[in-house]
Write a protein that binds this ligand. Structure first.
Ligand code: NAP
Length: 530
């Protein structure tokens, strides 16, 4: 792309690529040697970053006159020079005048951007005076590693930074809750100056991605996982490929999966490419949510439109709906929420459709049921392990199909309540190993026991599996759980959680986009991602 970048917000031709936003992708280079930095710069260019941030404070044996010239001259991309001191969260703890001298040298060497901290911005800018070349832009930054202040305080901070005479304002705060990003978005959207606004930490991920939607000047993406310069930074590859960063515009509709934890979720890997494949202007994020109602209140704008729900928020999600479909109401949990054009939140439960269909197909194959009418589940003894959102969906679905339902749960009271609601029986999960009133029962695991990273765990001893003819596991990370592997070894037919996921993904895709799901495309994606 060469080394030129424009500051104009309307400039959306980035590196010959058409982008729906003007937000730049900056790759921080955090190597400890100049040689390694040169290699990482090349990688950043290959990955499609727009510029690199040279983190001089990560270098060992840094010799500014010699090394800065080499780094700036040989960088294939525009550079942002940062020499972060320890008092602002960086690694440099030497003499302040030498640090500022190195930054002045970066200005003289015409690094496209030079970052200086608010605390010393006045002094630094005075020291450059009229000597600053027109094409060198000064970013004045402020970092808060403790929290994200109120919109008013952030607004005051922007004004103070702006008053320093900088070209670009940078504010990085820490997200203690996902709702903190909303304040960053508000300040970014209102800013009259070029501004970088980022909330650091795992709960700040959306601020880095949606920076493009709210007009951020740039966002940071690491060259590779493990080479982040700040907590919560995605990789350049994820920004550009997984989140289709260049396709995010001010009118892009925001979707996501609400859960806690959420890092394991495959959903962003399915919905983002699927949206792109049909030209739908939407993004799908992992949303690490502590309180569903706080989240929905913070993101009440019409552009935040659709969510999947996973552990532990399916029941809370239902409580936050304005309207709930009858199936979700009967189950007592939602798996999907859509904001209707009038702003009302509509909840659905599409979990059981996928799971029950896949189990029925498995039974038909097992028993040669094809061609016969009615559900092969009718009259079967169906044991559901777990009484959370997925457990309720499976118990309700099996009952609908005429099965006799038994609920086994660690929390016995919850098992009893669910069993009562579906007209079935309850046992303690720990007693399930001794429960075998008959042979050829069906077993469905809806507990999270055995899910990544705890793949060595299983909710029921292998010995007890011989009483079941078919075993289903709702867990889909990993695809072959210990429970499914041991069931197979015991001779039972198995049904993967991926089938449940795929079937409900088709329905959710349609709910989110109003378009038919690209079924084969989604199947192939899931196959590649499990
Ligand atoms: P949830 O509402 O939070 O329920 C979790 C269930 O797991 C509860 O019954 C809980 O028992 C049980 N549990 C958790 N830790 C346990 C432990 N250490 N020992 C025994 N039981 C334990 O979650 P959910 O939404 O139902 O999801 C449950 C699982 O289904 C997750 O693995 C999720 O990924 C999977 N799922 C898959 C799909 C799919 O498409 N394949 C869809 C939805 C869910 P207590 O009541 O005793 O706490």
């Amino acid at each position: 792309m060469g080394r030129s970048l424009s500051l104009a917000a309307s400039d959306v031709q980035i590196g010959g690529e058409v982008s729906r936003n003007s937000t730049l992708v900056c790759a921080p280079i955090v190597s400890d040697s100049v040689d390694e930095m040169l290699i990482q710069m090349g990688k950043a260019e290959e990955l499609g970053a727009d510029l690199v941030e040279l983190r001089l404070d990560f270098l060992n044996n840094f010799n500014p006159p010699h090394h800065l010239q080499t780094l700036i001259k040989h960088c294939p991309l525009p550079t942002l020079v940062t020499y972060r001191p320890t008092w602002e969260g960086g690694r440099y703890n030497g003499d302040e005048s030498q640090r500022q001298a190195a930054l002045r040298l970066a200005v003289e060497l015409r690094s496209e951007f030079v970052d200086v901290e608010l605390k010393v911005a006045h002094e630094f800018l005075n020291s450059i005076g009229e000597k600053k070349p027109e094409n060198v832009k000064i970013i004045v930054s402020s970092h808060n590693y403790e929290n994200t202040p109120s919109v008013e305080e952030l607004g005051n901070l922007v004004a103070r930074i702006q008053a320093s005479g900088c070209d670009v304002v940078k504010i990085a705060t820490t997200a203690l809750d996902i709702v903190d990003n909303a304040r960053i978005f508000q300040v970014l959207a209102q800013s009259q100056v070029s501004m970088i606004g980022i909330a650091m930490g795992e709960k700040g991920l959306m601020s880095r991605i949606l920076s493009a939607k709210f007009g951020g000047f740039l966002t940071f993406g690491s060259v590779e996982s493990g080479a982040e310069s700040a907590p919560g930074q995605p990789t350049v590859k994820d920004l550009l490929e997984l989140y289709n960063f260049r396709n995010i515009g001010a009118d892009t509709k925001v979707h996501g999966v609400i859960g806690n934890p959420i890092g394991h979720s495959k959903s962003p890997h399915i919905y983002n490419p699927a949206f792109k494949s049909v030209g739908f202007n939407g993004i799908y994020l992992p949303l690490l949510v502590d309180s569903v109602s706080n989240f929905l209140n913070a993101y009440s704008s019409p552009d935040f439109v659709g969510y999947s729900y996973t552990i532990p928020h399916k029941v809370d999600g239902l409580r936050c709906c304005d309207e709930v479909d009858p199936v979700a109401k009967a189950i007592g949990a939602i798996s999907c929420m859509i904001k209707k054009p009038d702003g009302k939140l509509m909840g659905y439960n599409v979990d059981y459709v996928g799971a029950i269909t896949a189990i029925e197909e498995g039974l038909r194959e097992l028993n040669g049921w094809s061609g016969r009418s009615g559900s092969p589940l009718a009259g079967k003894l169906f044991v559901v392990m777990g009484a959370g959102g997925a457990g309720k969906a499976l118990a309700y679905g099996a009952k609908e199909k005429g099965a006799r339902v038994v609920v086994a749960n660690r929390n016995y009271e919850k098992a009893r309540e669910l069993a009562r609601n579906v007209g079935g029986d309850a046992v303690r999960l720990s007693d399930l190993k001794d429960f075998h009133p008959e042979e050829a029962m069906i077993l469905a695991n809806t507990t999270s026991v055995g899910m990544k990273p705890n793949i060595h765990l299983t909710p029921i001893p292998k010995e007890a599996l011989k009483h079941y003819s078919l075993v289903f596991d709702a867990i889909y990370t990993p695809k072959l759980t210990r429970l499914l592997r041991e069931s197979q070894e015991t001779g039972a037919a198995i049904v993967y959680g991926t089938e449940m996921f795929i079937n409900q993904a088709f329905v959710q895709f349609q709910n989110f986009t109003g378009l038919p799901a690209p079924k084969q495309f989604i199947r192939d994606l899931l196959e590649r991602n499990t």
